[in-house]
Write a protein that binds this ligand. Structure first.
Ligand code: ADP
Length: 803
């Protein structure tokens, strides 16, 4: 037991540990997988998010190119409106450069390159600002020829308009891919005026000055353009470098993400494999545990089944043994009872009394043993019938009175208050308890008295029977009192006197009391006596519902003499006992030794009652009864058995049997069982006349009422005379006269169809002729006398005759 609990704990610890390991592995692997995945996600975020640094750089580079184009357009057109985009772009570029400066200040990758690009961009911006400035200043500082032209106009000379074309060379031409760009200046010379020459000269000077300035600007511009080219190349180089770096960075990050993903997969795979392995281990342990549990359970089931089988076998054994014992005890007990009722000499009576007592004692032992096995297997059932408690107590006292008287002790019965008329419960079990206790009290008391005191208290719908059985006997020692209710305990007494018993009595009593929700307590003092107090609750009963059959007196009902009985029993003793009783009553009977013959006999002949042994070879009593009842549902069958099994009782009743008689039975018990069974049949067939078939007499009278009455009066008279003759012949022990009287009466009985009376007459006639003993003859004569009286009373009542 301890070991199996230990192994149960062991498996529980193993499973718990494995579950903890699995949980830890899941958490750890989950944590690592989460970390790897978040790294991948972070890098994806990084890569998919815009690279503001490179984006701003490219934006600035694009703006610078646009500024370059805008400045060139403005230089070409010289229109003010084309200057506006240049200014706007400058401002935008400045703002973006500030942005880039801020981005660079935050740090990150490619910082040096970005910083260089920032500087180059600023340089480029300044460069284009200078170009614009140069151009603006050259345009603003252009000499004013208008004054000179006005002077020439004033000379009023033929005016020749000369178109002066100033070819613009240098970087502008380069920009416009070598197209010839000319500036046209209209000059008017007043040829004939003297001042014309000077004005011309001035114009020429101005022109050459302009050209010179223009060339200077061109040089400057071309330098700036060259610088711009260098800056642009440098910047592009840096941008490319940043792009490459970014690209490489991206590839590196992709590789890192790949690596992390591979790592994560590996970890997840390892985790999954570990989890699967652990799960398999857990499953294995679980299945193994379950398999072992199943094996244990099967072993337990098997052991339980075996124990139950053993218990059943034990019970069966006890039942069989008690059955085997009951059968001969039944015969001994019954026959001794019958013998004691006969006229026998004193010496023989004494010996037969010993046989009867021993059989009765043996019967009690058998009953105790059976009750004990039933209590042990929880099969003891309690009736719930209406009964009179007073009847139970007085019966117990009556039963024990003789024994007490024989021992010279008084047996008193007192009721403290009035007992209720009826209670509901099991009177037989109450009687059993009381008989046991009073019997013990009488048994263990040699002088003084034994008293049975009863009190009742009423609580709600229950009555509490408070019973005290006290004696002035040998008493019980304090240490023995503890074991008094133990099974098989018989206390050794100091006097060395032997007392009979099984040691089961009090154990059964205690169980019986407790099973009826009662309590029992024993107080005793050695040498002074013993007092047993018990109380059992019973529901209130109804007087009208008390079954009279429970306590009928052992008087043989008169009509038993007319009965025709079939005895079916394989045991010679039992048949012998039955026959002895039935013979005494004057009943007709037939005997068979097995079930098949019982069925045959019942089919061939009518029987008022069938006493059927339950356990018979070839066909059981139950089976035979079923067959008999199938052909004749009115048949009255009483089961006679040596087992008091509830199942036996049930199956007998289910088969349609009307009563149940337990061996060994007393004559009184047989009368009770038969009265009950026949009463139920008579109740079923109420109205049917048991005495005589008047129809037959009426048929003989052929409707002549006067003749019928006369014929009936004659019948009554002849039977009266006949029985008188028989009675006086009995006194003289004159067998012939009896036979003759019987013979005379038989014929009219046939005519009146008084079958029972006819049978009794024929029975007595043959008994006389066969020299039967006077005991039997006396019984038969008494039966005949009673039957004649009953028949005649019946006839008088039914035909309105004076009797
Ligand atoms: P048994 O059937 O042997 O009498 P019980 O179970 O009835 O067995 O009683 C057990 C024992 O208790 C008896 O053997 C006896 O020693 C003792 N005992 C029972 N009742 C009394 C009593 N009234 N006075 C003295 N001893 C008693």
């Amino acid at each position: 037991m301890k070991k199996s609990r230990m192994s149960k704990f062991k498996i529980e610890i193993q499973i718990t540990l494995l579950a903890v390991i699995i949980a830890a592995a899941v958490i750890t692997s989950g944590y690592f997988a989460y970390k790897s995945l978040s790294k991948i996600v972070y890098s994806i975020h990084q890569e998919t998010g815009p690279d503001y640094k490179l984006f701003t750089i490219k934006d600035i580079a694009a703006d610078l190119t646009e500024l370059e184009n805008s400045v060139r357009l403005y230089i070409l057109t010289n229109k003010k409106q084309d200057l506006t985009p240049c200014n706007t772009l400058q401002k935008e570029i400045e703002t973006k450069l500030t942005n880039l400066e801020n981005i660079v200040a935050k740090g990150g990758e490619n910082l040096a390159l970005a910083d260089s690009i920032l500087q180059l961009s600023e340089e480029k911006l300044q460069l284009w600002k200078r170009v614009l400035y140069l151009h603006k200043s050259s345009r603003d500082n252009q000499p004013d020829f208008s004054e000179l032209y006005s002077k020439l106009e004033e000379q009023k000379v033929d005016t020749v308009t000369t178109k002066v074309e100033i070819e613009q060379k240098g970087f502008l031409r380069k920009i416009f891919k070598g197209k010839k760009v000319t500036t046209t200046i209209d000059t008017t010379y007043i040829e004939r005026d003297l001042g014309t020459k000077e004005i011309k000269q001035e114009i020429e000077n101005l022109e050459s000055e302009m050209i010179e300035k223009g060339q200077r600007i061109k040089v400057l511009e071309s330098k700036l353009i060259e610088k711009n080219i260098q800056l642009t190349e440098k910047m592009n180089g840096f941008i490319t470098e940043i792009e490459n770096n970014e690209n490489n960075n991206f590839i590196a990050k992709t590789n890192e993400a790949d690596r992390l993903a591979t790592l994560t997969y590996k970890r997840l795979a390892a985790f999954a494999a570990a989890a699967v392995i652990l799960l398999l281990v857990v499953l294995f342990l679980l299945f193994n545990f379950m398999r072992k549990t199943r094996v244990y359970q099967q072993a337990l089931k098997k052991a339980k089944a075996e124990a139950e089988k053993l218990a059943r076998a034990k019970e069966q054994f006890a039942s069989n043994v008690s059955h085997e014992m009951r059968t001969p005890v039944n015969a001994i007990y019954g026959l001794a009872e019958q013998l004691l009722q006969q006229e026998i000499n004193e010496n023989l009576e004494e010996q037969i009394t010993v046989i009867a007592r021993s059989a009765s004692h043996l019967k009690n032992i058998i009953n105790d043993t059976l009750d004990f096995t039933k209590i042990q297997s929880n099969k003891l059932k309690f009736d719930a019938v209406h009964f009179s408690p007073a009847d139970v107590f007085s019966e117990v006292i009556t039963l024990q009175k003789n024994e007490a008287e024989n021992k010279g002790i008084s047996l008193a019965y007192n009721t403290g208050n009035e007992l209720p008329d009826a209670l509901v419960g099991d009177p037989m079990r109450l009687k059993q308890i009381l008989i046991n206790l009073v019997n013990n009290a009488v048994k263990f008391t040699d002088n003084g008295k034994v008293s049975l005191d009863v009190k009742t208290s009423h609580n709600k719908d229950k009555y509490l029977l408070e019973i005290r059985i006290s004696d002035s006997g040998i008493g019980i020692h304090k240490e023995d009192l503890k074991h008094i209710f133990d099974e098989f305990v018989q206390i050794e007494n100091q006097s060395g006197k032997k007392y009979s018993g099984t040691g089961l009595g009090l154990a059964i009593v205690k169980k019986l009391v407790e099973m009826q929700n009662g309590t029992i307590h024993v107080a005793s003092e050695p040498g002074k006596g013993t007092e047993v107090n018990l109380s059992i609750p019973f529901a209130e009963g109804e007087k009208d519902k008390i079954q009279a059959t429970t306590f009928v007196a052992a008087r043989v009902p008169a009509h038993f003499r007319r009965l025709s009985v079939l005895i079916a029993d394989d045991e010679d003793f039992n048949r012998f006992l039955m026959k002895a009783i039935l013979k005494k009553w004057g009943s007709r009977f037939k005997e068979v030794t097995n079930g098949t013959d019982a069925v045959k006999a019942a089919q061939q002949e009518h029987f008022d009652l069938i006493l059927m042994d339950v356990r018979m070879p070839d066909k059981s009593g139950t089976e035979a009864s079923r067959e008999i009842l199938a052909g004749n549902p009115d048949a009255v069958i009483i089961a006679v058995t040596a087992t008091n099994e509830q199942l036996d009782k049930k199956s007998c009743m289910a088969a349609g049997m009307k009563g149940f008689l337990l061996k060994p039975f007393s004559e009184k018990e047989l009368i009770e069982a038969m009265t009950f069974a026949l009463k139920s049949k008579t109740q079923e067939q109420s109205g049917k006349s048991p005495k005589i078939d008047l129809q037959e007499a009426k048929r003989l009278a052929n409707g002549d009422e006067a003749f019928l009455k006369e014929m009936t009066a004659l019948f009554i008279k002849s039977t009266e005379t006949g029985i008188k003759d028989i009675l006086s012949a009995k006194e003289n022990q004159n067998r012939d006269t009896i036979a003759e009287a019987c013979h005379k009466m038989a014929a009219p009985c046939k005519h009146f169809k008084a079958d029972d009376l006819y049978y009794l007459l024929k029975q007595l006639e043959s008994a006389v002729k066969n020299n039967q003993d006077w005991n039997t003859l006396n019984n038969q004569i008494t039966a005949l006398k009673e039957e004649i009286h009953e028949v005649n009373t019946f006839l008088t009542e039914h035909l309105d005759l004076k009797y």
